[in-house]
Design a protein around this ligand. Sequence first.
Ligand code: SAH
Ligand code: SF4
Length: 362
Amino acid sequence: MPSGLSSILEKKDHDRSDILAMLQCSEEEAPLLYRKAAAVRDRYVGNHVYLRGLIEYSNICGKNCLYCGVRRDNSRIQKYTLTNDEVIEAAMTAHKLNFGSIAIQSGENSSKVFVDNIEELVRAIRKLTGGELGITLSLGEQTRETYRRWYEAGAHRYLLRIEASSESLYRRVHPEDEMHSFYHRLDCLRVIQETGYQTGTGVMVGLPYQTMTHLADDIIFMRDFDIDMCGMGPFIEHSDTPLGVRGTDNLFLRERFNLTLRMIAIIRIIMKDINIVASTAMQTIDPAGREKAISCGANVVMPNLTPARYRAGYLIYEGKPGYREVNETNISGLNFEHMPGMTLGRGTWGDTPHYRRRLSKE
Ligand code: SAH
Ligand code: SF4
């Protein structure tokens, strides 16, 4: 007699109650979920881990998200913006080491200088690498025109986490003002997709006030939006933020970690051929966190290429590994012994089949 979980895993389509059952399966059953997700990953996108060399461009942010250490009102961090030479040097390191792709991430800034400069950097990196290095951007909410300019300059993937797909939960973890509108963020995600980017989104797992139903609905949101890439990670308190000092009835970090593994496995099982990040936040909670996420269906990691002296300034959450330099003999920093059967995808953009499939449907 198959268990409740195994009969759900055999289904072709999953509804909200199936997703809730997968999220809440017992610890004894969870390995079944994880193995299924890893098998789906191998079948639909292969057994490769792709790299996005992460360049944290600036910690100057106009927003004030209640969870984030880089928020505008955190005056305890030293503000920085990399010089163009520093960005290009990091990108060339990625190219030299055969990363295949980089990801440029930053606090949110829509000034003309910022927008022009990113456009110039994207163009320069494409030119200097003969178009070989893929470029992902994660630079927050921008205008349609800005997204278009950066796309035309040569960026082809954009990651904008919705953070929480429930409007009411979103409002509880952001200030109540025009700068933090759920619907504006949602519109931006649509514009990113319409512009032509491979579009990524995701949520934080274990936010205060978040319920299992919220998480199940996050999965449904990502499926219905038909995203190409997913980046999810556990919420981790930062003591210089309003949500960092709360803490009384928050889930334990280990519970958030385990729930994130389940979220990764479920989105893999449901969306099959998308790219899914094993986030650095997972590694912050568990040294083998990224390897565990990969064993549950993830296939992308983002090794940090930000020059070491700026790292302390980009502490979005506490405990984020700030010291680890990319090591030429192990550029991913992953321990492949923990992930039998996986190989490193080098020198390729590592695009999702999902993106091409989505375009062919349009
Ligand atoms: N400013 C851009 C990109 C940088 S922030 C943006 O917000 O889109 C990148 C991600 O860090 C955010 O999307 C958020 O999901 C995550 N993050 C912020 N604070 C966090 C925290 N305390 N714990 C875990 N993840 C956090
Ligand atoms: Fe700024 Fe992004 Fe942090 Fe929000 S999550 S405060 S937009 S860096």
